[in-house]
Design a binder for this molecule. Structure first.
Ligand SMILES: C[S@@+](CC[C@H](N)C(=O)[O-])C[C@H]1O[C@@H](n2cnc3c(N)ncnc32)[C@H](O)[C@@H]1O
Length: 282
């Protein structure tokens, strides 16, 4: 098992229940990474020939491309979510786990909502990373895709830690994979802020979140025929004190592991530099 559980796949039993309850046929996943959740979606989709899975990723991984060869019901789009969403027919369920920042998530929600309204088709949107660290702080996989006016100052090298709104050297960080905004909090910063702003302007959705594995959010249209059933299946998880305590503890322990790994690296570096290369004898 991975040292750090981080995939949306950890919520698969809940996601699968929502897929079944809503009898979903069209599902779009934004952000696949190494296709962990995509594979589960494909295994579920083969049970119903009418199901179609679309996976959108700016840089599709080899595992995702290989999966698309095996599963004819899966289509991979190597584009950004904001390019793709206006072109797609309205879907039954959207899984949002792409670029973890205010601009991207707010725009994704807005584009999905516009499609849903235009087609009179209520939707379910499942969002990952609605908890720490992305709730109130932007992370950027592809900062160049974010308009400057929305982009927070960021760093690819510095990291973040709990109860510190700035950056630290060390801490949780993406190294070259993603950058962290320099500051946590404030307007137009973070995924939960994007969700709150979107819902403030479109009060036709209900939103619940599960405080585990970086947070899962479930947004469902008031008009959705299975709204009550979906809400019922997540009520015992949402706002659960035990889950949020475990998540906090998990994060603290993981940050400690990162700090220890960094200390070991530093130690190795200083040992290597103190051993001078032996001079070849003449
Ligand atoms: C956190 S990973 C996804 C993890 C995956 N959903 C899972 O459950 O295991 C984020 C992925 O989103 C992709 N991505 C980032 N920004 C994107 C965007 N604007 N549109 C589509 N994909 C994006 C990245 O290339 C990366 O593969």
């Amino acid at each position: 098992m991975a040292l750090l559980l981080h995939s949306m796949f950890e919520f698969w039993p809940i996601i699968e229940k929502i897929l079944k309850l809503s009898d979903a046929k069209l599902v779009t996943e934004i952000g696949s990474e190494n296709a962990t959740t995509t594979k589960a979606l494909c295994d579920w989709a083969v049970l119903d020939k009418a199901c179609r899975i679309i996976s959108v990723d700016v840089k599709p991984d080899e595992q995702l491309l290989a999966l698309a060869k095996d599963f004819k019901q899966l289509k991979v789009l190597a584009k950004s979510s904001l390019e793709v969403l206006p072109e797609l027919p309205v879907q039954d369920i959207y899984l949002i786990d792409g670029d973890h920042n205010y601009y991207t998530v707010y725009s994704e929600l807005q584009k999905i909502h516009e499609k849903s309204v235009a087609h009179g088709h209520p939707v379910i949107i499942i969002l990952h990373d609605v908890g720490w660290p992305c709730a109130r702080r932007d992370l950027y996989y592809y900062p160049s895709l974010i308009p400057e006016s929305f982009r927070q100052p960021f760093s690819f090298d510095m990291g973040i830690t709990l109860d510190n709104s700035g950056l630290i050297s060390g801490g949780f960080r993406g190294e070259s994979a993603f950058a962290c905004a320099e500051k946590e909090g404030g307007p137009r910063n973070g995924i939960l802020t994007a969700i709150e702003d979107f819902m403030g302007q479109n009060p036709v959705y209900e939103f619940d979140k599960i405080d585990a594995v970086f947070g899962l959010g479930i947004m469902i249209s008031d008009q959705h025929p299975v709204k009550v059933l979906v809400t019922d299946c997540i009520t015992s998880y949402s706002g659960n004190f035990l889950l949020s305590t475990l998540e906090r503890n998990r994060l603290e322990l993981f940050l400690r592991v990162i700090a220890l790994q960094d200390e070991v690296l530093e130690l190795k570096k200083s040992q290597d530099s103190s051993i001078s290369p032996s001079t070849p004898s003449q």
